[in-house]
Design a protein. Structure first.
Length: 401
């Protein structure tokens, strides 16, 4: 990355630039191939439908699902909402207890909390100081009326990987004790294309994914919905033309869907090598940052996404820090959504960080364009800025550390 006048982009957990191959794959469908895939009476519709179905098959195969198990959405936010509200509504008679985790993305936490206001019973599980969910804590929360457990695969702020396969197994193991197996949803927006995702091996019933975190276009994602063992019922949240087998009405967007499939294909083709490259860059960045005193890594270094670091710089406010580095590097203090709010990150406070330390944190999101030279620049710039801010206000460190 890096235009002469643009800072280095280091916020790849917020979004990623479009891969040139993805743009190229999408262009015909923005142009002459403009048909509505639901039009069954002419070649415009057939061409669009064929492109959508080829893309659906490619994305389904990438997660070891059947094409009919994918519902295209506008992104992971909508997929999470459809999974959580759609299951809650469809299984109302079986139970009203929902379980999720304090460090989830707002797009999972907020739908669950909304359902809590409507009369569902909600358990928000704590995480351990390293960001990981304790499986015993989860096991203890399960009840005979638990219908859904939602746990993200990879955290968007601190990168930690929750033990999804173990949770899937635990829910199966607990089925006889509580009388049924609660459905298991995972928000895999940050995991897709970075770690292997196999819905069978993971034992998930619903999984949210999105294109724009993997160099695809913004505004498209999908929800995987298991159709066998068990066949998941889902109450649609958008009613209308009955697209997506009545699970999500609205005209499909062929260019974005084609771009999504291309992005998945590219990410999987380079996954192992690229993750190893990013891990080395990330570890080098941590080495540079670690020359500072009083810094804390947020979240376990293992198991964690290879492209993420999140650290607290005691005594330094993250907004001052961001201001100090912004000509050199584009960073954020946490999720793009919560940086618009002034509250400290709910993920960092869930780890037990004080609000002050949570407000003294930066997220580093490396990506496909990040080079070793950029890592040196980013690291040195942050180290210098932290040092000068601490020098300017030395009492902050002793009072806030
Ligand atoms: C980005 C992200 C979302 C939201 O996805 P959109 O496609 O932008 O709606 C949800 N969950 C996680 C973990 C994310 O990183």
């Amino acid at each position: 990355m890096g235009h002469a006048s643009q800072p280095i982009y280091c916020d790849h957990q917020a979004t990623t630039p479009l891969a040139p191959e993805v743009l190229e794959a999408m262009l015909p469908y923005f142009g002459e191939q403009f048909g509505n895939p639901s039009s069954q009476t002419h070649v415009y519709g057939w061409t669009a439908a064929a492109a959508v179905e080829t893309a659906r098959e490619a994305i389904a195969t990438a997660i070891n699902a059947e094409p009919t198990e994918l519902v295209f959405t506008s992104g992971a936010t909508e997929a999470n909402n459809l999974a959580i509200k759609g299951v809650a509504e469809a299984y109302l008679q079986q139970g009203r207890h929902l379980v999720t985790v304090a460090s989830e993305h707002r797009a999972a936490l907020d739908p669950v909390q909304y359902l809590g206001q409507l009369g569902f019973e909600v358990t928000i599980l704590p995480v351990q100081p390293n960001g990981l969910l304790n499986l015993e804590t989860l096991a203890e929360s399960l009840r005979s009326d638990t219908i859904l457990v939602s746990v993200m695969a990879a955290n968007n702020e601190i990168g930690v990987l929750q033990p999804i396969a173990d949770i899937g197994q635990l829910l199966r193991d607990k089925a006889s004790a509580i009388g049924h197996k609660p459905l298991f949803h995972t928000d895999a927006a940050q995991a897709l294309g970075k770690i292997p995702l196999d819905v069978e091996a993971l034992g998930v019933d619903l999984m949210s994914i999105t294109a724009h975190k993997i160099y695809g276009p913004k505004g498209v994602g999908a929800l995987y919905v298991r159709r066998r063992d068990p066949r998941v019922k889902l109450a649609p949240q958008l009613h209308g033309g009955g697209q997506e087998r009545d699970r999500r009405s609205g005209t499909l967007n062929p260019p974005l869907i084609v771009g999504f499939a291309k992005a998945v294909e590219l990410a999987l083709a380079q996954m192992a090598a690229e993750q190893e490259r990013l891990r080395q860059l990330r570890d080098r960045l941590w080495e540079i940052l670690s020359t500072l005193d009083n810094i804390t890594l947020n979240g376990a270094l293992e198991p964690r996404l290879a492209d993420n670091l999140n650290a607290s710089f005691a005594g330094v406010n993250s907004s001052a820090l961001l201001l100090g580095v912004r000509e050199v590097v584009a960073l954020s203090s946490g999720s793009a959504c919560s940086s618009a709010r002034s509250a400290p990150s709910h993920v960092l406070t869930a780890l037990g960080r004080s609000p002050e330390l949570a407000r003294a944190s930066l997220r580093f999101g490396l990506g496909r364009g990040t080079t070793p030279a950029e890592i040196e620049q980013i690291g040195n710039c942050v180290v210098d800025t932290v040092r000068s801010l601490r020098q300017a206000n030395p009492t902050a460190l002793s009072s806030k550390a």
